[in-house]
Structure formats: C-alpha cells, structure tokens
Design a protein around this ligand. Structure first.
Ligand code: ACO
Length: 428
C-alpha cells in the first residue's frame, strides 16, 4: 500500500503522507499542501473529504456494512437494546451491570424538565414545526444547567457523564411535551421506568388512565431508536462536530445537530415516504404507475426511501426494519395498506433494471415511517423521534472533538468566485 502520494504543481513535486484506518480505509493527508504550495483541495459538499479520525462508527456503503465500536448493527439489534447501544457508542465498550445501572439511574435523575422551561414551549404557536421547538428547547438547556455547559472543554469533560445522561433523558421528555402540547393535552410527569416505556407513558397516557404499555410496541420503539443511534459523518453529526470544535458545550452542539436534521434532505425522508405511500394509496395505484414515473429522472417523482448518498448496496438498517415492520404490524393486529404498497414497490424496484443498474436499494426510511405510524407517532413527529435516537451518536462525536489534545476549530476554506476589487462609487 502506498505510503505517500505525489502531486505535481507548477513544476514542483510534493509528497503527501497516506493515512490508513483500522479497516484499511485510505486517505491522502493534504493538511500541509496549502502552506507548502498555495493550493487547497476543492470538494464541494465534502463528499471525498475526511474531516476527522473517529473510533465510533464504521460504514462501508459499497458492501452495506454498519458497525458501532466494531459490533455489527445486525448483532446489536438482535442482542442489545437502545440504551445499552447508546452507552457503547458513547463510552466505547458495552457496560458492565454496574455501569448500566449507574447510567440508567442518571437517565432517571434527569428525566423531568425544569418547570421554568414550560413557558418556553407554551410561547410557541401550537402548530409550530416540532423540530423548531425541539432545537430551541435543547438550545435553552445550558441556561438552566450552567455548571454542565461552561463552553470550556476541560470543565465540560469533567461533568460529561451528567451532561450526556441529561441530553438523552431530556430530549425524550421534550418530544413527549411537544407532542402533547400540539394535541392540547397537559404534560405527563416522567416515571422511574425504562426509557422507551417512559416515553410512551409521557406521550400517550390519558387523564386519570395510565397508558397500557404493550411489550411489542416498546420493543419496536427500542429497535427504531437503536437503528438511528449513529451513522458516521452525516450532515447533522458533522454539524455537531463543527459547532463543538469552537469549544461550544455539548448541549449547544446537539441543538445545532437537531437544526441540521430538520432539513428535508436529511431527517425528513421518513415523512416523505409516508406521504408518497399515502398518495399512491389515495390514487388507487399499487405502486406500479409510481415506479414508472420515478424512472423519468424527474427529481420530484423519485421513489422516496430508495437510494442513499453512501450506500450502494442494501442499507443494512433497512433490511432489519423491513422484517421488523411486518412482524410488529402482525403482532399488533394492524392491517396497514401502506405496508402492502411499500412491499410491492420494493419487490418491483429490486427487479427493475433502472434501480438495479443505479444500485438504488431501500434505505432506513423506507419502512421506519410505517412502524412509527403503527406506534401512534404522528408523521409530524417522525423527525423528532429520529433526533431522539441520534443523540448518543452526537454526544460521542462531541466528546471526540472535546477530547483531542491538538484539536483545532473546524474552519474550511473556499474558492472565491465573486467580484475582484473595485472602487466604491462616490458621487462627485
Ligand atoms: N428514485 C428514482 N431515481 C433515483 C432515486 C430515487 N429514489 N435516487 C437516485 N435516483 C437516480 C437519479 O435520478 C440518478 O439517475 P441518472 O444517473 O439517470 O441521472 C441516479 O439514480 C443517481 O442519483 P444521485 O442523485 O446521483 O444519487 P445520490 O447518491 O446523489 O442521491 C439520495 C442519494 C439523495 C438519497 C437519492 O437517492 C434520493 O433522492 N432518494 C430519495 C430520498 C430519500 O430516500 N432520502 C433519504 C436518504 S437516507 C437518510 O438521509 C437518513
């Protein structure tokens, strides 16, 4: 394997070191190129730029591999749960029984929201986008916990365990509060029960009646959150690292991550899949007409939930979620016509040369919306549920940034294409 790369620029040769990751990933280290030659690397959208070294998640889009801290996602979904995987992603190892208990105790300790934050939520219009409310509530947290969010890496790392648990726990309560606020229902206080059960209680309990939790519903929610726990350097995670690199505290960085996720190209695809399936259903189509239209090359007619920026193979999460979706709906006795349409679309696309030749396979969003709908989560809250699942990944990435002794602020460069110097018009 090459140890360096040579670049010839203006009749001069430059040797650039090659970096190899633990899975054999290769990169050319261009950090000194500008200083030595005056050239920078242009890579709009960072599609071929390694912005960091990370020990958290390994993803091979060509082979359809996703591993957290070395453990394949398939094994984690089979043997672990959301909270244990969150711990693994954040701390690097599976917790011992003692560590798991301490982590769960911290989550329980931080579940309730300071009553002074309620007026913030109540100040929003009832039909405000949930992600706007979620990001704002997260951004406000440092005001209530100044000792955990000092904007000083050394101090913030000393209280890391508390802040991490606070973020994971509070976002769940925020999601439930936002949902109930939009429904015009009063907030339900948290209980000392497992994470997912607690969320369902806080969302769906009726006045005077405790929500009867179904173990299948809890399992399905847990799986959904686990599948979203981390996904390498995507838009929101890169945002968290970018914001964190300025020494901004973890909670502020997560709030920025939520804002990045709110964009339809990132976190909104699961809702777009549901809208597409519903439209197909309303038109009385089984998906056949839609598939034909999706092949036209018109972006607005794309088969939502198909294709992925990095996977050129099955998104491994989609395989897991597709199987689970069928099981969950059968167990809950739900006959959702949208599931049949989705399955028909998938089968048809996997046999169609247009999709096969372009390596377009279902992604995680293709079935996740159907499960969320079966759990009673409305479409408007889908992206907020996604954000809740992703918090551990954001925390782990923030921690890597905060822990790097020689880390520098993220500061990309640009190629300026605007007007060259000109004189301000002065009237004589
Ligand atoms: N339906 C129909 N055709 C598609 C689709 C699709 N879903 N996705 C890509 N194509 C076609 C493109 O038209 C293009 O065809 P061409 O070569 O004839 O021009 C080819 O496949 C390659 O498309 P690109 O846009 O270059 O693929 P890219 O990797 O940039 O895009 C993306 C990935 C944005 C995810 C795209 O596949 C898409 O829009 N999918 C639908 C939306 C979606 O499901 N997004 C969720 C992603 S997962 C997540 O963010 C959690």
């Amino acid at each position: 394997m090459a140890e360096s790369a040579s670049v010839s620029l203006d009749d001069k040769d430059y040797q650039l070191p090659v970096i190899t990751g633990s899975e054999g990933e290769k990169a050319i280290d261009t950090r000194k190129l500008r200083k030595d030659s005056g050239y920078i690397c242009y890579d709009q959208g960072y599609g071929n730029t390694g912005s960091c070294m990370s020990e958290i998640t390994y993803l091979d889009g060509d082979k359809g591999i996703l591993r957290h801290r070395g453990y394949p996602i398939e094994q984690l979904t089979q043997n672990s749960g959301y909270i244990e995987t969150a711990y693994l992603v954040i701390y690097g190892e599976l917790p011992t029984a003692e560590q798991a208990k301490a982590f769960n105790d911290l989550l329980a300790e931080h579940a309730d929201v300071d009553p002074r934050m309620h007026p913030i939520l109540e100040g929003f219009p009832k039909d405000a986008p949930p992600m706007a409310m979620l990001s704002a509530l997260m951004a406000a947290l440092p005001a209530y916990y100044p000792d955990l969010a000092t904007n000083n890496f050394e101090k913030d790392l000393q209280t890391f365990d508390q802040t991490a648990a606070l973020a994971i726990s509070k976002i769940r309560t925020f999601v439930a509060m936002i949902y109930r606020y939009q429904c015009g229902l009063p907030t339900v206080p948290s209980k000392d029960i497992p994470y997912c059960e607690n969320l369902l209680q806080m969302m769906f309990s009726e006045e005077g009646t405790e929500y009867a939790t179904d173990s299948e519903v809890v399992k399905a929610l847990d799986l959904l959150l686990l599948l979203h726990v981390d996904h390498e350097q995507n838009c929101s995670t890169a945002t968290v690292r970018m914001v964190g690199s300025s020494a901004a505290n973890m909670l502020a960085s997560i709030s920025a991550g939520i804002a990045a996720l709110s964009g339809p190209l990132h976190g909104g695809a699961n809702a777009a899949v549901m809208k597409m399936l519903q439209a197909i259903h309303d038109e009385g189509d089984d998906g056949s007409h839609f598939i034909e239209a999706a092949k036209s090359g018109d972006k607005s007619k794309r088969l939502m939930g198909f294709g992925h920026a990095v996977y050129r193979n099955f998104d491994p999460r989609a395989k897991i979620i597709g199987v689970s979706c069928e099981k969950v709906l059968a167990t809950l006795g739900i006959d959702d016509p949208l599931l049949s349409i989705a399955q028909h679309l998938e089968q048809a696309a996997l046999k169609d040369d247009y999709f096969v030749s372009r390596k377009l396979y279902p992604n995680v969003d293709f079935y996740s919306g159907i499960i969320m709908r079966a759990l009673g989560i409305p479409v408007e809250m889908f992206t907020a549920a996604f954000a809740m699942g992703r918090v551990p990944g954001w925390i782990a990435n923030w921690r890597e940034v905060a822990s790097q002794p020689k880390g520098r602020i993220y500061r990309p460069r640009q190629i300026y294409t605007g007007a060259t110097q000109r004189d301000y018009p002065v009237s004589s």
